[in-house]
Design a protein around this ligand. Sequence first.
Ligand code: PMP
Ligand code: GLN
Length: 383
Amino acid sequence: MIKVAIESKLQSVGTSIFSVMSALATAKGAINLSQGFPDFPMDPKLLALVNEAMRSGQNQYAPAPGLLGLREQIASLARETYDAEVDPETEVTVTSGGTEALFCAIAATVREGDEVIVFEPCYDSYVPVIELFGGVPIYVALEFPDYKINWEGVKKRVNSRTKMIILNTPHNPTGTTMSAEDFQELAKIVQGNRILILSDEVYEHIIFDDQEHQSILRHPQLAKRSFVVSSFGKTFHATGWKIGYCIAPEHLSKEFRKIHQFVTFSTSTPFQAAIAAYMQDRSHIKELRHFYQQKRDYFLQLMAKSRFEPLPSSGTYFQLMRYNAISDKPDRAFAEWLTTEKGVAAIPVSVFYHSGEDNKVLRFCFAKENATLEKAAEILIRL
Ligand code: PMP
Ligand code: GLN
C-alpha cells in the first residue's frame, strides 16, 4: 500500500488540552475539573421542547442563517440586554457552536500576511484558524497576575497590516472581564483605521459581583466593525448541543454567511426550534450569573483551607489557582500528577501561551454539582 503523505497545514498543532485532560481524567477515574462543561442535568423543559420539535417533524434543513424565530429571539435579547439594534434578517447567523462562528469570522476576513492581535493566555481555537488562512498572530500578553490588557502595548503592535483584534470577555481561561475603560481604549486604537474586531462573548451571561457585561454591542461605533460570537452551550448548560451564533453588521454577515454555508450550511433544526421557544422566558438567562456566582463562592469557600492561592474570577465558570506553595513542578507536569496520582484533573494555563509561559497556575472548572466540588476540594486541601 502506498501511503500518500501530505504536508501538515497546522504543523505545530496537536490534540487540544481539553481532550487530553478529559481523556486522562477518564482513564484514571479522576474528578474532572479540567474541560469546561457542567456535570449537572439541564432543564427538562428545554429537553421536552427538543423532543416536541423532533416529534412535530422539524427535522429537515433549517434556513442557512438559522430559523428566523431564533434569530428574532437573539436580536430582541441583544436589544433588551445591550440596547443594541440588531436586524434578525441580515445581522444574526446561527452556527454549530461558538467554534464555528469564530472559524467563519476569521475565514471570511483574514488573508495571507494579515496580522491579527490576540491576547495571551489565549483560547486555543483562534490561532490555528488565523494561520490556516495565512494570517500572522500577534501576541500581546495580559499582565500577570491581574491579566489586564496593557493598551499601550496593544498600540505599539498596531500597524498597516493589522486586520483584526480578537477579544474574549469574560475571558477563558482567566475568568477576568473587560471594563468600560478597556472599551474606550480600544475605541481610540481603532478610530480612523480599518481594523476589525472579533469579540468572543460566549460567557456573556456568566458574570459576577453585580458587574454588567461589556459587550461590543453596547458600543455602536465598535459594533459597526465587529463580529460578536456567543454560545447557547454555556447559557443553557448544553455544551454538547453545539449551537452558537454570530451578530455582525450586514456587510460583514454577508461574507460570514458565504463561509458558513460551506462549513455546515445550517445548524440542527430541532435544537434551534427548542431554544427559540425556551428563550421566550428570559428567567433562565437572568438567573445564570447568580447560579454560577454561588458555585464560585462555594468552591472558594471549600478551597480556603488549601495551599492553593485563588486569583480573582469575575466571570466564566473557571477559577484560576496558583500552586507555587505546593510544588515547583511545571504546570503541565503538575496537572498530570494531580490527575494521575491524586485524582483531580485541571487545565495547565501555560498551554494558552505560544511561548509556554508558566506562572504555576491551574484552571479549575466549577460548573459542577456541589458534591463534585466537595470531593475535589477534600483532595486538594490535603496537598
Ligand atoms: N470561546 C471560548 C472562550 C470558549 O470557552 C468556548 C467553549 N469551549 C468557545 C469559544 C466555543 O463554544 P462552543 O462550545 O459553543 O463551540
Ligand atoms: N471551552 C471549553 C473549555 O475551555 C472546552 C471546549 C473544547 O473542549 N473544545 O474547557
